[in-house]
Design a protein around this ligand. Structure first.
Ligand code: C2E
Ligand code: MG
Ligand code: MG
Ligand code: MG
Length: 284
């Protein structure tokens, strides 16, 4: 007579495999769906930018990060985490990235036309977009077209950009800084870039990834990491942006530091539409 427990274990194994396969199939189907939707998207009707305030601890400046949103007519709201990677794999990000830059530069120009204090916007740049040979020319062309002042723009790069091709990164970052753009390293601390790169790079800002902010002020380990980043920024005269600031205790933690720190997170504001951001943050 066979061991009943063995039958059961076998069945459980089969079930697990079944679940795994359906999950995988669903993932592949979802991916195809998004790929197709991206290919056929009507950008002006489906995509829009939202703006999340960055609040300075020591100045009155108005800054925000621009973030893309996608409202598809059938699939509904699709989050950037779900489609940016696919857009990168299929190179759709080149077209989308250009659209984002045009929108963000236009908005920056328009807000600065009517605002009493300068409005500063930061734009996320995909590594695929950045490593295109025409990237700097493309920025220049959009700058001319939109009449934006580069000093009102921060370009957010990721550590991946620095690692994959440091020579290309160096040349482009120098050119962009020369044109007057501010350069920021997004999700700082999550990549593997060597600190020695920073000696060579004319960057202006480090964005502390929200994974380090999340457990503040309770986590000694995260405090140690953040203190190190703040020290590094101070020694190089860089601005710090703290991402994902959600609680008053986190605000107090950053305010206690005598450095230029911008705080960004749900404590102050969620990403808002242009209209809403204008109402809440612009001084006309
Ligand atoms: P990111 O650039 O690091 O953006 C920060 C993300 O954190 C945003 O998510 C923002 O909505 C979210 N966030 C802000 N404050 C808080 C907070 O207090 N708590 C928590 N838990 N989250 C907060 P979002 O908009 O979903 O974007 C996710 C990622 O997608 C971005 O990470 C960026 O890598 C990418 N992305 C978004 N917009 C663009 C874009 O226009 N171009 C490119 N290339 N990538 C983009
Ligand atoms: Mg960003
Ligand atoms: Mg970030
Ligand atoms: Mg992040």
């Amino acid at each position: 007579c066979a061991d009943l427990a063995m039958y059961e274990a076998k069945q459980r194994g089969k079930n697990q495999l079944y679940f795994y396969q359906t999950e995988l199939t669903e993932k592949i189907l979802r991916r195809r769906e998004i790929e197709e939707a991206l290919k056929h998207a009507n950008y002006d009707q489906e995509f829009y930018l939202v703006y999340q305030a960055q609040v300075a601890n020591h100045s009155q400046q108005i800054s925000a990060e621009t973030l893309i949103r996608w409202q598809h007519p059938i699939l509904g709201n699709i989050r950037p985490d779900q489609f940016i990677g696919i857009a990168e794999d299929t190179k759709q990000i080149l077209k989308l990235g250009q659209w984002i830059l045009e929108k963000a530069f236009t908005q920056t120009y328009q807000w600065n036309q009517k605002s009493a204090t300068p409005v500063h916007l930061s734009v996320n740049i995909s590594p695929i977009q950045f490593h295109e040979p025409t990237f700097v020319d493309c920025i220049l062309e959009i700058q001319r077209k939109t009449q934006v002042n580069p000093q009102h723009i921060t370009l957010e790069l990721t550590e991946g950009i620095l690692i994959s091709n440091i020579e290309d990164a160096l040349t482009k970052i120098k050119a962009l800084a020369q044109l007057g753009y501010q350069l920021s390293i997004d999700d700082f601390g999550t990549g593997y870039s060597s600190l020695s790169y920073f000696q060579k790079l004319p960057i202006h800002e480090l964005k502390i990834d929200q994974s380090f902010v999340k457990h503040l002020p309770g986590s000694e380990e995260d405090i140690a990491i953040i203190e190190t980043i703040i020290q590094l920024a101070k020694s190089k005269n860089l601005t710090i942006v703290a991402e994902g600031v959600e609680t008053e205790a986190q605000v107090d933690f950053f305010k206690a530091h005598q450095s230029a720190i911008l705080m960004q997170g749900y404590f102050f504001s969620h990403p808002e539409t242009a209209q809403e951001f204008e109402k809440q943050f612009l001084t006309l």
